[in-house]
Design a protein around this ligand. Structure first.
Ligand SMILES: *Cc1c(COP(=O)(O)O)cnc(C)c1O
Length: 860
C-alpha cells in the first residue's frame, strides 16, 4: 500500500544527550573523526547501516539505547569533549582575525551550483562541487566570513549502478530534507522565509531556504519544491545538470537572482553583515550581478543609473572560470534571455533587457551572435577573474582574448589561483595520528605542522601504514563489488572470486573521475594485451581500481565505462582490475589513501586543475599524470611521474597511441620496479623516498587553506577595497562610470604621434639606460586620464616582444592643450636582442588592471 502523505517524526533526545543534536546539526563532524567516534559508539552496526549519517542514526536508534546512554558516564564524558571541541572551533580566534588585515571584507558571499561536503548531503556531481565544499570548509578553518549560496536538489545528481552488460544505470532517489542536516530559514514570526522571482507568464517562482552549517560557514540552499509553486516550478530544483536550456536558465535565475535575495533575507533575519564581495564559482551564478544592479538602480537602494550600478557591482565581484572545455560553458539562445528579461514580468524588473543581453553577447571575432554566454557575462560583471591553475590561467587568457582584443594574451586580465583540497576531509586519520605522536599541533587552523615531521617517521612505520590503508581500500572495494555484482544479476555461486579480488600487498593504481571524453577513461585499454601482462606480471603485479560517472545524456561516456567493465569482467584479470560504481565522497575517502599511485591521463590542456591527485598526494600516493592542470605546475621530477604528452599531434588516435605507450613504459620500467625493490626487511626504501618527498613538497601547496588564503589576499581583499571606495556614498562609482564614458568617447583621438630615443646606439651594455621621449595627442582627455608606457623586453626574430615589462613615462611638457611630451629613462637590465615600443592606456585608481577597459593606443 502507498501512503497518501508522508512526514518525518523528529527524534526527541533525552536532555542529557542534547549535545548529539548539536553535533549532528553542524557538518564539522564530517571532517572531525573524534566526533564520528561518538556517533559510532552509539551503535556501531547501526552507524554502518545508515552509512555514517548522524541525522539518520539519531532517527533510527531506539529509545532504550538512548536511555541507557543518558546514564553512561563514560559516553557522556566523550560527548561533552566533542561538544566542547565544536564550541571552541566555532568561537575561537582564527587566522582571518589575526592575519587578514583590518580592511579585509566583513563578509564574502560564495555562489556555486553544487556543493560536495559529505556523502550524506549529495548535492554535487564532481570536481566543481567538491572544490566548493572544500572552499567552505577551509574558509571555516581559517575563520573567513564566507556565506555559501546554492540550490537544494531533490534528487542531487544521480546514483550510478551497472547493468549485467556493464551499461550505466541511473537512479534518482528522493532526498527528504527532514532527514538531512538542514534547517529551514524562518522569519521572526516563525513563518518560513521565501524568495520570489517573477517569471514570464505571470506566476512567480518561489523558493524556501535551507541552511546547512559547514563549521563556521552557513550555506544557504534554495529549494523550489514547495506547495505554493505550480508543478513546473516545483521541478526547477529537481536535479543537477538535467533538463533543457530553459530548465537550466530557471535554475540559474534561482541561483543568481534568488541567491542574492536569500542573502538579504538571511541578513535581515539573523543580523549577519551584508556581503562586500560576491564570488561566483563558474558562470552558472552570473545573474547575481544583474540582481545587484537591480537593487542599486530601481530597488530600495540608492537609485543609481545603470552604468554607475555596474561599476559598484563589478568592483565587489570575483569570477572563477573552471573549464577550457567549450561544452562546460553555459550558453543560452538569445531569444530565451529576451523572453525572460524583456517581457512584462522580468526576474529583475526595471533592468533593461538589452543591457542584460549585451553583457552576455559573443560580440567578438569568432563569437556566435545567436547565443548568450554565461562565462562572457561573468567576465563583464566581475572586475577580478581567475582560472584554477597557472596553466589554466594561461589557457583561459587565450580562450577569452577576444574580450580584450587590443591586448596580447599575457595581459588579458584573468589571473590564476591553483585549487587545493581540504586536509582534514581528505587525509587519512592515521596520518594525523602519527603527526600527533611526533608532537605536531595539527588541531589549529591547518595542517602545516605535519609536513616537516615526515622525515622522522621510520620507514617500517610508514610502509605498514600504507599497507593498512591499502587493505582498507581492498575491503571496501570487495564489499562494493559484491553489492554491484548482485545487483547486476550474478548468482551468489558466481561471486566467490570477489573474496580474493585485489590484494593488499600489490602495487595499487587508482583512477577515478567523471567520464567526459577528454579525461580518457579507457586510454589504459589502448593495448589490452599489454595491460593484461602488466596486471598479471608474476614478479611485479599491478592492480587497478577504477570509478567514474558519465553524464546521463552522454552515451559516449557510458560506452567507455562499458568497455572498461567488460575488460574487468574477464575471469583472467578480474582479481587485478575493478570498476566500482557510484563514485562519490564516501568511496573517495578510503580510495585515495589506499592507492600507491594515482593515474591521470587527460588530453592536455583540458584538465583545468584536477584535485583528486592532490588528495592522493596528501596520503603519500605518487602521481602518474599527464603534465596538465596542477601537475604541470608542481611536478618536480621526484614527486611522481610525468606521462609525456604528444601535444601538437593532431591525429587523435595516434596521439592516444603515443601517450598510452608512454604510460605502459613508465609503469613497466619505473613504477613497478621501484615499488617492488625492497630491502631485507621488506621495505621499499627508494619508493618511500618518493613518498616522503611528495608529502613534504606537495603537502603545504595542495591544501585548500593555501588556496583560500590566496583568494583573500589576491582577490577578496582588493575587491573589498575597491568596492568600498566606490560605495561609501556612490560618488566614487558615479565618477568612475562618467570617467569611463568620457575615456571611451575620447579614445579614438588618442595618438602616439612620434617617438624618439637617445643615449644608446645599436649596441649597448647591460647597466646602461636610454631615454625615450614620446609625443602624444590626447584631444579631450588629460594626461591624468592615461598612462603612457615604454613596453620593453626581448625582441624575437619577428620583432615580437617577449617577457615584456613596462616603464611609466612622465609628462614634461604640453603644447596647444592637447599634445604632450612624455619622457622615461629605461634601464637595460639584460643582454641580447632588446626591443621596445610605446603605448597609451587608460589610468584610474579604481581599475584593477591596465587592460580592464580593453583600450590601448600604439604608434601608427
Ligand atoms: C576530488 C573528487 C573529484 C574531482 O577530481 P578531479 O581530479 O578534479 O577529477 C570528483 N569526485 C569526487 C568524489 C572527488 O572526491
Amino acid at each position: 500500500m502507498r501512503a497518501i502523505r508522508r512526514f518525518t517524526v523528529r527524534p526527541v533526545l533525552p536532555e542529557a544527550l542534547s549535545g548529539l543534536a548539536t553535533l549532528a546539526g553542524n557538518l564539522r563532524w564530517s571532517w572531525h573523526p573524534e566526533t564520528q567516534d561518538v556517533f559510532a559508539s552509539i551503535d556501531t552496526r547501526l552507524w554502518d547501516e545508515v552509512n555514517h549519517d548522524p541525522v539518520r542514526l539519531l532517527g533510527a536508534v531506539g529509545r532504550a539505547r538512548l536511555d541507557e546512554l543518558s546514564g553512561d558516564h563514560d559516553f557522556l564524558h566523550r560527548l561533552g569533549v566533542a561538544t566542547d571541541s565544536l564550541e571552541a572551533y566555532l568561537t575561537g580566534e582564527r587566522w582571518y582575525s589575526r592575519r587578514a588585515g583590518d580592511d579585509a571584507p566583513r563578509s564574502i558571499a560564495y555562489f556555486s551550483p553544487e556543493y560536495g561536503i559529505t556523502a550524506v548531503l549529495p548535492q554535487y556531481s564532481g570536481g566543481l562541487g567538491i572544490l566548493a565544499g572544500d572552499h567552505l570548509k577551509a574558509a571555516s578553518d581559517l575563520g573567513i566570513p564566507v556565506v555559501g549560496v546554492g540550490l537544494f536538489y531533490r534528487h542531487g545528481y544521480f546514483k550510478q549502478s551497472l547493468s549485467r552488460e556493464g551499461w550505466q544505470q541511473e537512479t534518482y532517489p528522493v532526498l527528504d530534507p527532514d532527514e538531512l542536516p538542514l534547517t529551514l530559514l524562518r522569519e521572526a514570526d516563525g513563518s518560513r522565509a521565501v524568495v520570489s522571482i517573477a517569471m514570464p507568464g505571470g506566476s512567480d517562482l518561489l523558493a524556501r531556504i535551507f541552511v546547512a552549517h559547514v563549521g563556521r560557514v552557513p550555506l544557504l540552499l534554495l529549494d523550489s519544491d514547495i506547495e505554493e509553486n505550480p508543478q513546473h516550478y516545483r521541478d526547477v530544483t529537481d536535479r543537477l545538470y538535467g533538463g533543457n536550456s530553459e530548465h537550466r536558465l530557471r535554475q540559474e535565475l534561482l541561483l543568481g537572482v534568488g541567491g542574492v535575495r536569500a542573502l538579504r533575507a538571511y541578513s535581515r533575519i539573523t543580523g549577519a553583515p551584508a556581503p562586500e564581495v560576491f564570488h561566483t564559482n563558474e558562470g552558472h551564478a552570473g545573474f547575481l550581478g544583474i540582481e545587484r544592479i537591480r537593487e542599486l538602480t530601481v530597488g530600495d537602494g540608492p537609485a543609481l543609473d545603470f552604468d554607475t550600478a555596474l561599476e559598484v557591482s563589478r568592483a565587489g565581484t570575483v569570477f572563477t572560470t573552471h573549464t577550457p572545455v567549450p561544452a562546460g560553458i553555459d550558453r543560452f539562445p538569445r531569444e530565451l534571455i529576451q523572453q525572460y528579461f524583456g517581457g512584462g514580468s522580468s526576474p529583475t524588473p526595471g533592468v533593461p533587457a538589452d543591457r542584460v543581453l549585451a553583457l552576455g553577447a559573443e560580440d567578438y571575432d569568432g563569437g556566435d551572435a545567436g547565443v548568450f554566454n554565461m562565462a562572457v557575462m561573468g567576465f563583464r560583471l566581475a572586475q577580478r577573474a581567475n582560472g584554477v591553475s597557472q596553466l589554466h590561467g594561461h589557457v583561459s587568457r587565450g580562450m577569452f582574448n577576444g574580450l580584450w582584443p587590443a591586448f596580447d594574451e599575457a595581459e588579458v586580465p584573468i589571473g590564476s589561483i591553483t585549487n587545493g583540497v581540504h586536509g582534514p576531509t581528505w587525509i587519512a586519520r592515521e596520518i594525523f595520528e602519527i603527526g600527533a605522536e611526533l608532537g605536531a599541533d595539527v588541531g589549529g587552523d591547518d595542517t602545516d605542522a605535519l609536513w616537516p615531521l615526515v622525515d622522522q617517521i621510520p620507514g617500517r612505520r610508514l610502509w605498514d601504514l600504507k599497507r593498512t590503508l591499502r587493505a582498507r581500500l581492498v575491503d571496501d572495494a570487495r564489499a562494493r563489488l559484491a553489492k554491484s555484482s548482485a545487483r547486476r544479476g550474478f548468482a551468489p555461486a558466481e561471486l566467490g572470486w570477489i573474496e580474493t579480488a585485489l590484494d593488499p600487498d600489490v602495487l595499487t593504481i587508482g583512477f577515478a573521475r567523471r567520464v567526459p571524453s577528454y579525461k580518457r577513461l579507457t586510454l589504459m585499454l589502448r593495448d589490452p594485451d599489454r595491460l593484461k601482462r602488466i596486471l598479471l606480471d608474476p614478479e611485479r603485479p599491478v592492480q587497478l581500481v577504477i570509478a567514474g560517472k558519465s553524464h546521463p545524456a552522454d552515451d559516449g561516456g557510458k560506452k567507455l565505462i562499458q568497455e572498461l567493465v567488460r575488460f574487468a569482467d574477464d575471469p583472467e584479470v578480474r582479481h587485478r582490475i575493478v570498476f566500482l560504481p557510484n563514485y562519490d565522497i564516501a568511496m573517495a575517502q578510503p580510495l585515495y589513501p589506499g592507492c600507491d599511485v594515482w593515474l591521470n591521463n587527460p588530453l592536455r590542456p583540458y584538465e583545468a586543475c584536477g584535485t583528486s591527485g592532490m588528495k592522493a598526494a596528501l596520503n603519500g600516493g605518487l602521481n602518474l599524470s599527464i603534465l596538465d592542470g596542477w601537475w604541470d605546475e608542481w611536478y618536480d621530477g621526484n614527486n611522481g611521474w610525468a606521462i609525456p604528452s604528444a601535444d601538437g599531434v593532431d591525429d587523435v588516435d595516434r596521439r592516444d597511441d603515443l601517450e598510452a605507450d608512454a604510460l605502459y613504459d613508465l609503469i613497466e620500467n619505473e613504477v613497478a620496479p621501484r615499488f617492488y625493490d625492497v630491502d631485507e626487511e621488506g621495505v621499499p626504501t627508494r619508493w618511500l623516498e618518493m613518498v616522503r618527498h611528495t608529502l613534504k613538497s606537495l603537502g603545504p601547496k595542495v591544501l585548500a587553506t593555501r588556496q583560500v588564503r590566496d583568494y583573500v589576499r589576491e582577490l577578496y581583499a582588493p575587491a573589498a577595497r575597491t568596492s568600498r571606495a566606490l560605495n561609501s556614498d556612490y560618488a566614487g562609482a558615479r565618477s568612475l562610470a562618467a570617467w569611463k564614458s568620457t575615456v571611451r568617447a575620447g579614445w579614438p583621438s588618442v595618438r602616439v604621434e612620434h617617438v624618439e630615443s637617445g643615449g644608446v646606439g645599436d649596441v649597448a651594455e647591460v647597466g646602461a639606460s636610454f631615454a625615450v621621449r614620446a609625443f602624444v595627442a590626447l584631444a579631450d582627455l588629460s594626461p591624468d586620464d592615461v598612462e603612457v608606457q615604454v613596453v620593453h623586453g626581448r625582441a624575437g626574430a619577428d620583432d615580437e616582444l617577449h617577457d615584456a615589462t613596462t616603464s611609466v613615462m612622465h609628462v614634461v611638457e604640453s603644447y596647444d592643450g592637447n599634445r604632450h611630451r612624455f619622457d622615461a629613462d629605461v634601464p637595460l637590465d639584460r643582454s641580447g636582442a632588446f626591443g621596445y615600443t610605446v603605448r597609451v592606456v587608460p589610468r584610474n585608481a579604481a581599475l584593477a588592471s591596465v587592460s580592464e577597459m580593453g583600450l590601448v593606443a600604439v604608434p601608427a
